[in-house]
Design a binder for this molecule. Structure first.
Ligand SMILES: [Mn+2]
Length: 313
């Protein structure tokens, strides 16, 4: 039985399904995508019949768009593909039998990893999955991804993201494939704990330093705190949203080399709908969007035009 997993490249919630797949299936391949790239991949792969060689196709922490969902419905793969996502922006796609977008159930917020874990437990029971280490790591990833760690003050949850940053995707996967097989209980090694401690200090300094670099602008009747930054996206967005609680409805982080991120506090703006005005999407209080196509060119042109050129030089 050959399995294909397509998942989200950006964070532990997208990466953990690769590790779970490894614990359960012998013969599998995986590919990781930014949300916008998944649709193009699927259209190409459907066109080239590339997916015929797989017996099962899982898509986790991501969802296709309507166009691709229709293509799948009219294809040979419609009975062997399952999409498990928790991004509320895709909830209307639940009308397709192979798409399961679940944001919350039984009073807990779901994540891509937690939905996939439940699915595997139900359909592919395997002794590896029953290790406490696995269920605990799944719960850490879910708490981290849904930001519920704050509610329970579970500091271990955010450590997983820190380790993913340091290990890098491939090493993170290799490390936990082995660790979760070999260990009944989950723990961080001494070296990992040291790394996490150093990172915490760096992160606090980074966030503190950006506090006075926020530019507030009114957009669509919302006060938006805008900041240019590349690191610690979620922590930064939430820290700034708290710091500017009285002045802004949401924080917009511009990472020129990657994307736009929108963050707001529980009692503040719906950033999912705000993000759609930037061709983006996500959750009610955390969303993303691509960098507008010509933004870098505009900045470069502005930079060139702003030069103080002495004509008589
Ligand atoms: Mn997720």
């Amino acid at each position: 039985m050959k399995v294909l997993l397509l998942s989200h490249i950006a964070d532990p919630d997208g990466i953990m399904p690769v590790i779970l797949t490894d614990l359960v299936f012998d013969d599998y391949e995986y590919k990781l995508f930014e949300p916008s790239d998944l649709n193009n991949y699927m259209l190409d792969a459907l066109q080239n019949n590339e997916l015929d060689k797989y017996d099962y196709i899982f898509i986790t922490d991501l969802c296709v768009n309507e166009e691709v969902a229709l293509e799948i419905t009219n294809s040979r793969i419609k009975d062997k593909i399952i999409i498990l996502d928790h991004h509320i922006s895709s909830i209307s796609l639940n009308k397709y039998p192979f798409i399961h977008v679940i944001d919350e159930q039984d009073g807990i917020k779901e994540s891509g990893t937690s939905l996939y874990y439940k699915y595997l437990l139900e359909h592919y029971p395997n002794p590896n999955l029953l290790h406490n280490s696995v269920s605990y790591m799944v719960s850490l990833v879910r708490l981290g991804d849904t930001w519920e760690w704050k509610k329970y003050n579970n500091l271990d949850a955010r450590k997983i993201g820190t380790l993913l940053n340091y290990y890098g995707i491939d090493k993170f996967i290799d490390n936990y494939k082995k660790f979760l097989r070999e260990n009944e209980e989950f723990y961080f090694t001494d070296a990992e704990n040291l790394l996490i401690e150093i990172d915490e200090r760096r992160r606090n300094e980074y966030i503190d330093n950006l506090k006075d670099k926020v530019i507030i602008r009114k957009i669509d009747n919302l006060n938006v705190g805008i900041v240019f930054a590349e690191l610690y996206r979620s922590e930064l967005g939430n820290a700034l949203a708290e710091y500017y609680h009285d002045e802004v409805d949401l924080i917009l982080i511009v990472n020129l080399n990657r994307s736009l991120s929108f963050r707001s506090l529980e009692d503040k703006a719906d950033v999912n709908s705000f993000a759609t005005t930037f061709n983006g999407k996500g959750h009610t209080h955390a969303a993303g969007a691509p960098i507008p196509e010509h933004m870098k060119d505009y900045i470069i042109d502005y930079l060139i035009n702003s030069r103080n050129v002495n004509e008589n030089r």
